[in-house]
Design a protein around this ligand. Structure first.
Ligand code: ADP
Ligand code: MG
Length: 167
């Protein structure tokens, strides 16, 4: 990170933050998808990398494709069909049980304080068998510290999405 990259400066603060952190870590997989279907297909390839137990942060702006990616992950784990995976924006946690993993899809968009986070008792969900897929978890330093994998999604135009798995 020598001098500032002008393309990063033109982008949102969010993107600049992601980029500065990504540079210090290992990118395990990187892909650019061109449709929701391609993002789902990419999600389907991740079962090996996401063998439980895992805490996964899904990072990206609203509409970046975080929930869409979970459709692929959950269907590949045979835990839910793509259509059954919907955003846990209001319910906060959706659980999908599969033969090889219990998936917990969590949306912290509406959770603002560490105290509110505590009421969700996420630690109780962390078993040998569980994969926690957390949207907006980067708001909480504790989750950033404890995460095993981060998946960062960035828009590239209307239907392009750059997806990076970062350890
Ligand atoms: P998030 O959970 O990050 O807020 P969603 O997965 O709910 O985002 O929504 C992503 C939206 O973007 C969906 O309407 C989807 O159809 C659309 N979309 C367009 N192109 C893509 C793509 N390449 N990957 C994922 N979603 C895409
Ligand atoms: Mg979502």
């Amino acid at each position: 990170m020598g001098h500032p990259d002008p393309t990063v400066l033109r982008n949102s603060t969010y993107t600049a933050g992601v980029d500065s952190q990504v540079n210090k870590r290992a990118v395990l997989r990187e892909v650019t998808t061109r449709s929701a279907e391609e993002t789902i297909a990419f999600g389907r390839t991740l079962t090996e990398l996401l063998t439980p137990p895992k805490l996964v942060l899904l990072r990206g702006d609203l509409g970046a494709g975080k929930t869409t990616l979970v459709k692929g992950i959950a269907s590949a784990f045979e835990a839910a069909s793509e259509e059954d995976v919907t955003s846990p924006t209001f319910t906060l946690i959706h659980e999908y049980r599969g033969p090889r993993a219990n998936l917990f899809h969590i949306d912290l968009y509406r959770i603002d304080t560490p105290r509110q986070l505590e009421t969700l008792a996420l630690d109780d969900l962390r078993t040998e068998n569980s994969v926690l897929l957390i949207e907006w978890g980067e708001k909480f330093p504790r989750l950033v510290r404890e995460r095993d994998v981060e998946i960062a999604l960035e828009r590239e135009g209307e239907s392009g999405r750059r997806i990076r798995l970062i350890r």
